[in-house]
Ligand binder design. Structure first.
Ligand code: WQD
Length: 338
């Protein structure tokens, strides 16, 4: 059975991907420092998978820990999720963002090279494109990140492109995620943000279950059909499955690639809120405020490369995303806490 080191495997996207890995007959080795994840997620994943899951409590900046995990479990590839991911926070903790996201990736690559493994799937982000010069974004859209968080994703993309060219790590898959939302259909695992959620969907469901008063709509005067921001939301299970397709592609010796992972459809803030109202069967209070600094009016993916290269397309729609995220929220109003 192929063992895959999954850094950040206890987190939101990592946990859903580990379940898909197990389904495909692979063995995930979760490597996580639990800085933004819960060990309860592991218990839930084991319950859903019906098997024990190997977990290493470690930090991607620690070369010895990463190397040991790869060697102890004879890992054949790495899926590298671990990183810091809050745009606002990145503007006041730039040192930490470069440390964890950029240096952490360098450490992972060093450990892979030392162990003689050369397949890596990396979590990049649509944020590397910056202000759209055209839409939908295709993979050759110029890159111009506008936040420190985005810069760190871009720096890692450059690093991966360099090590691929040098031949030190040849099989590099760069996956540019659009806006992942939703949860596992069981309602047992999902996104559990610390404190006040930065992102739209977790905030909306916290309002829907009465934990917060109203959704703050950050601007309704954008040049979009209803004036609110438009994004390409993608169900986390579709996203997780794309990682399997990426690994299959690398395993088949088809080489390095970069793809967008989105649905290709844009939804506005108001449409997302309407989707959640339908899912939870009640109206969700909103209050319209000023635009959020740094926000872009509208962006969405051209996901056709992922289909052509990997045979992957998103299958779940906004109704599925809202239903599953609401089920998770309703069953776990405090995330993995009691
Ligand atoms: C979506 C829309 C907001 C919250 C960021 C990162 C990106 C990725 C995902 C990953 C926008 C509006 C939001 C709220 C609102 N990061 N909004 N009220 O900004 O597209 O992307 O998160 O790791 O890299 O840039 O996602 O969910 O924050 O916002 O009106 O309370 O919802 O203005 O139009 P965003 P988001």
């Amino acid at each position: 059975m192929q063992s895959i080191l999954v850094t950040g495997g206890a987190g939101y996207i990592g946990s859903h991907t580990c379940l898909e890995l197990i389904k495909s007959g692979r063995k995930p080795i979760i490597f996580d420092n639990f800085s933004n994840a819960s060990s309860r997620a592991i218990e839930r994943m084991e319950e859903l998978a019906g098997t024990e899951i190997e977990v290493v409590n470690g930090d991607v900046r620690n070369y010895e820990q990463v190397s040991k995990a790869i060697e102890d479990y004879n890992c054949e590839a790495v899926i590298h999720f671990a990183g810091l991911k809050a745009v606002g926070e990145s503007e006041v903790r730039a040192m930490d963002y470069h440390d964890v996201n950029v240096i952490g990736t360098h450490v992972v690559l060093r450990a892979m090279k030392q162990a003689g493994i050369d397949k890596i799937v990396f979590s990049s982000s649509a944020t590397v494109y910056g202000v759209p010069k055209f839409l939908p974004y295709t993979e050759d859209h110029p890159r111009n990140a506008t936040s420190t968080y985005g810069q760190t994703k871009l720096s890692v993309e450059y690093m991966l492109e360099d090590v691929r060219r040098s031949g030190e790590i040849k099989n590099v898959a760069i996956l540019r995620y659009f806006n992942p939302i939703g949860a596992h259909s069981s309602g047992r695992i999902g996104e559990a943000p610390n404190g006040i959620p930065n992102n739209l969907a977790p905030y909306v469901v916290q309002v829907a279950c009465g934990k917060r008063d109203a959704v703050n709509i950050w601007g309704d005067d954008y040049d979009t059909p209803d004036g609110t921001g438009v994004r390409d939301y993608i169900h986390v299970v579709d996203l997780a499955q794309a990682h399997l397709a990426a690994l299959d592609h690398l395993d088949a010796g088809k080489g390095a690639f970069t793809v967008n992972l989105g649905t290709g459809n844009g939804s506005s803030v108001k449409e997302v809120i309407a989707g959640f109202e339908k899912a939870c069967g009640k109206s969700i209070p909103v209050s319209v405020g000023p635009r959020r600094a740094g926000d872009i009016a509208c962006f969405y993916a051209d996901p056709s490369s992922a289909e052509k290269l990997l045979g992957w397309t998103a299958k779940l729609n906004m109704d599925d995303m809202c239903r599953d995220q609401w089920r998770w929220q309703e069953n776990n109003p405090n995330g993995y806490e009691d």
